[in-house]
Design a protein around this ligand. Structure first.
Ligand code: FAD
Length: 387
């Protein structure tokens, strides 16, 4: 079996690679200014039609194949370039399946043009893995709903223009059947955002509070009280994608570069020395290949109009755990210097593996924990009864 790319796909990949090599110079800058430069570059990518190339043309896409879109996303992740965030990867695809024509016309072109930023309001302080137990209320008032309650871990809420958010609209129904899926403007009066600081210094996510926030009923995606079934579509999109494996590939390539490049203190050479170290590096190389193919499978299914489900969970569980193994192995190969932060004069590889070690802790929690992914694989993939 040949897993290679067609000639056209190969030359498309080269075109994306050349473009990013030439124009994207801001990788790994997580400062506020760096994030703004990433936003500006998204506009450049949108102008080139790459952010949403597999979307239909009438909604701002190019009608390209899912495989081309995947190649673009993989290259973007290999370059640590922006990919358009939750609008491109979550809300847009969900609207294409469950949205009304009016909603698609209103939102999809703005996402495709990188005009708006979206965040995701699912988790609550008491509802994470058991998401359907969520408590935040939306109560009908004429043509609107009035929202009261709290969300947590809302990534990027401090910069977002819109939030896609699950609310309880029928408290007396069984928990999965009383939820509706809303799109809400973040500048709606009554919404406030409180950033949460992470252990590696970033302020990636937030608490989001709603106090008598008013949202029009026409902003519900899908049917009222049937939002749970729309949300599972979004979750499948969130768990799919080759970016996770490509992210590991990127940091691993740097570690290899360091091992192959003798520095005056001989630290790189020590990484490459000894059978055990070489086997550890080889193990990661094998696992990256496995992770990539799990991601490719999801894109291949999408390109054939199939809806990946447990396949997305396999890719997500494997690649998020791989990101942690790679970080652990890297830091152990680099020795004590590898545990130092970028600011230290004695850090190796600018402290990248120290940062990676801390930032990947969350990889097996975000977008559903590894246990939840395995529950999905067990029930929907293997057909086992619910535990
Ligand atoms: C970096 C990051 C970004 C995030 N961004 C967002 C965001 O933008 N929007 C948003 O809404 N949420 C976001 N989240 C929240 C994320 O979705 C939740 O943290 C996640 O779903 C787990 O929920 P929890 O933290 O409440 O843990 P809990 O659900 O309390 O789980 C605690 C532990 O119990 C285990 N567990 C729970 N239930 C089961 C079960 N049935 N079987 C086996 N084990 C189980 C879990 O695996 C976990 O180990 C983000 C999280 C992270 C880390």
């Amino acid at each position: 079996m040949d897993f290679g790319w067609s000639k056209d796909e190969g030359s498309f990949r080269q075109r994306v690679r050349d473009f990013l090599d030439e124009h994207w110079t801001n990788a790994d800058d997580t400062s506020t200014e760096g994030q703004q430069r990433g936003r500006n570059f998204e506009k450049v990518l949108a102008d080139n039609g790459w952010l949403t190339m597999a979307w239909p043309e009438q909604y701002g896409g190019q009608g390209a194949s899912h495989v081309e879109q995947m190649i673009y996303k993989e290259e973007a992740a290999l370059h640590a370039a922006p990919t358009g965030g939750g609008g491109v990867s979550l809300v847009g695809p969900t609207l294409q399946i469950h949205g009304t024509e009016e909603q698609k016309k209103e939102h999809l072109p703005k996402i495709a043009n990188a005009e708006v930023l979206w965040c995701q309001g699912y988790s609550e302080p008491g509802s994470g893995s058991d998401l359907a137990s969520l408590q935040i209320r939306a109560v009908r008032d004429g043509d609107d709903f009035i929202i009261n309650g709290q969300k947590i871990w809302t990534s990027g809420a401090q910069r977002a223009d819109w939030i896609h958010v699950l609310k309880r609209t029928e408290p007396d129904a069984p928990k999965h059947r009383g939820i509706s899926y809303f799109m809400v403007r973040m500048d709606t009066p009554g919404i406030t955002v409180q950033p949460i600081e992470q252990m590696h210094g970033a302020r990636g996510f937030n608490e989001t509070f709603f106090e008598d926030a008013r949202v029009p009923a026409r902003n519900i995606i899908g049917e009222e009280n049937r939002g749970w079934y729309v949300a599972t579509t979004t979750l499948d999109f969130e768990r799919s994608g080759v970016q996770r494996a490509a992210g590991v590939q990127r940091s691993f390539a740097r570690l290899l570069g360091f091992a192959n490049e003798p520095d005056s203190a001989g630290r790189g050479q020590r990484v490459a020395d000894g059978a055990l170290n070489r086997h550890t590096l080889s193990e990661t190389a094998i696992e990256i290949e496995v992770g990539r193919y799990l991601g490719y499978r999801v894109a291949w299914m999408q390109s054939r109009g199939l809806v990946p489900n447990y396949e997305s969970s396999m890719s997500k569980a494997y690649n998020s755990e791989l990101s942690q193994r790679n970080a652990r192995r890297g830091i152990s190969l680099l020795g004590l210097h590898g545990t130092l932060r970028p600011q230290s004069d004695h850090s190796v590889m600018d402290g990248q593996y120290c940062q990676l070690y801390m930032s990947t802790v969350s990889a097996t929690i975000a977008a559903g924990t590894s246990e939840i992914q395995r529950n999905v694989i067990a029930t929907r993939g293997l057909g086992l009864p619910r535990g």
